[in-house]
Design a protein around this ligand. Structure first.
Ligand code: SF4
Length: 379
C-alpha cells in the first residue's frame, strides 16, 4: 500500500481499497466507496453486499460472532463515515476523489443496498472460505438433492436452472451492482448448490456468458459426488477448457455408514473414482469434511475412514481439505434423528480438538488442510 497522507491520522490508498485509521478506529472501503469493514473497541464489523453487518470479537479468549440489527448497522455506517469525514479537509487529488465517493454513501444509501442486492440475487447460502471475495453468478437455484438431514442451505428453494438469456441478464445485473468493486474480485463462482449437475449443452453457453461479462477470471463451483459422477472425464476436460478451474466437493466423511445416516448419496469408492476423474481433467479439488458430524457414535470411525479415503486420493499439494466444525441446525431432521437415537453431540471443545487432530493427520499425508467455519460466511 502506498501512503498518500499521514498526519495526524493515517489515510492509505490501495489499488483495491481505501483504509482510514483514527484513534484505534479503522475503516476500509471498496472502489465505489462502500464500506467493507469497520473496527472499533475490539469489534470487527464486516458489511456484506446486501448491507447486513456481521460482527466478530473475542471474549475471554473465545471468538464470538453475531449479526447486528439495523440500528447497530446504521451506527456502524455512521461511525465509519466519520472516520472518512475527518480526513476530508486536508485531502488532495486522488485521495480527495476517493473520500468524496465514500462520503456519498450515507447510512441510508448503504442500507438501501439490501434492496438492490435482492433484485440481483436470491440469498447466497454459502461459499467455500477461500471464495468469499469472488463474483457469484447464480446459474442454478437450490440443490438437486436437497435431502441431506443436516443441510438447510436451500430448503424451500426447488432446484431450477436459468436459461441462457435470463443468465446473461443476471450476469449483467451483477456487473452493474458490483460496479468498480468487481475489479477487486478475481474469480467467478457458479452457484447455487449443484450448478455443474447440468449437461454440457446447458452449461457451455452459461460459462461463455460468464466469461464475456467478467473476462479473464477462473471459474469455480460446488459439486456433489452423486451429481458429478454422472459426468465422464471428457465433460470435465471440456469445462476445464471453457474456464472451469476447480470444484468444491462436499465429501462430509469417508465413513459410508455415517454418509448414509446423514442421508447423503454416494460412497467412499464413488468419491475416490470421482476425484480421480477430476484430477485427470486437471481441476483444482477442494474437499469439505464435517468434523463432529454424527456425534459420539461415529467419532472414531469418521476420523479413521475419512483419513483413509483422503490418503487414497490422487490429490496435489495445491488441492485443499477443508475441515468444517459441524454446526447443528436445531430445526433439522439431523437433530430429530440424533435425539431419537440417543446420540450425544460433540461439544464445541471436542469438535475443535478433533479438528486440530485431523488437520495434523491430513498434513502428515502431505496435503493442505484449512478450517472452514460456515458461521463466518459472508458475501
Ligand atoms: S447435496 Fe449439498 S447442498 Fe444439497 S442438501 Fe446435501 S449438503 Fe445440502
Amino acid at each position: 500500500m502506498a501512503p498518500v497522507a499521514r498526519a495526524p491520522d493515517t489515510l492509505t490508498l490501495h489499488p483495491a481499497a481505501t483504509l482510514a485509521v483514527r484513534d484505534g478506529r479503522v475503516a476500509s472501503f471498496d472502489l465505489e466507496g462502500r464500506l467493507l469493514t469497520y473496527f472499533e473497541d475490539g469489534v470487527l464489523y464486516k458489511r456484506a453486499l446486501d448491507s447486513s453487518v456481521h460482527a466478530r470479537r473475542r471474549v475471554e479468549g473465545r471468538r464470538q460472532r453475531f449479526r447486528v440489527g439495523e440500528a447497530r448497522a446504521r451506527w456502524v455506517f455512521r461511525r465509519a463515515r466519520e472516520v472518512a469525514e475527518s480526513h476530508f479537509p486536508g485531502s488532495r487529488g486522488e485521495a480527495r476523489k476517493r473520500l468524496r465517493a465514500i462520503l456519498g454513501w450515507t447510512p441510508e444509501r448503504l442500507l438501501a443496498e439490501r434492496d438492490r442486492f435482492a433484485r440481483v440475487y436470491k440469498p447466497i447460502a454459502i461459499l467455500p472460505p477461500d471464495r468469499y471475495f469472488t463474483i457469484v453468478l447464480q446459474a442454478t437455484e437450490g440443490c438437486t438433492w436437497n435431502r441431506c438431514t443436516f443441510c438447510s442451505f436451500y430448503s424451500g428453494r426447488p432446484f431450477s436452472a436459468k436459461d441462457p438469456e435470463t443468465f446473461a441478464q443476471h450476469a449483467r445485473a451483477v456487473r452493474d451492482f458490483l460496479g468498480k468493486n468487481a475489479l477487486l474480485r478475481r474469480d467467478l463462482f457458479l452457484a447455487d448448490g449443484n450448478a455443474l449437475a447440468l449437461s454440457l449443452g446447458r452449461l457451455f453457453p452459461l460459462l461463455q456468458t460468464a466469461r464475456e461479462v467478467f473476462p479473464d477470471r477462473p471459474v469455480y463451483s460446488f459439486i456433489d459426488v452423486y451429481s458429478g459422477e454422472r459426468h465422464q472425464g471428457e465433460f470435465w476436460r471440456a469445462l476445464r477448457e471453457a474456464g472451469l478451474a476447480g470444484v468444491y466437493v462436499g465429501m462430509e466423511t469417508g465413513h459410508d455408514p455415517l454418509l448414509a445416516w446423514l442421508n447423503k448419496p454416494g460412497s467412499r469408492e464413488e468419491l475416490l473414482e470421482f476425484v480421480r476423474v477430476l484430477k485427470g481433467a486437471g481441476l483444482f479439488v477442494g474437499l469439505i469434511v464435517m468434523v463432529g458430524a454424527g456425534g459420539d457414535r461415529f467419532r472414531a470411525a469418521h476420523f479413521r475412514e475419512t483419513l483413509r479415503a483422503l490418503a487414497a486420493m490422487p490429490l496435489k499439494p495445491s488441492d485443499i481439505v477443508f475441515l468444517s466444525p459441524f454446526v447443528e441446525d436445531p430445526r433439522s431432521t439431523y437433530r430429530l434423528r440424533r435425539e431419537a437415537e440417543g446420540i450425544r453431540p460433540l461439544s464445541e471443545g471436542e469438535i475443535e480438538a478433533e479438528l486440530a487432530r485431523l488437520a495434523r493427520a491430513v498434513r502428515r499425508l502431505g496435503l493442505r488442510a484449512a478450517r472452514y467455519d460456515i458461521r463466518e460466511f459472508l458475501y
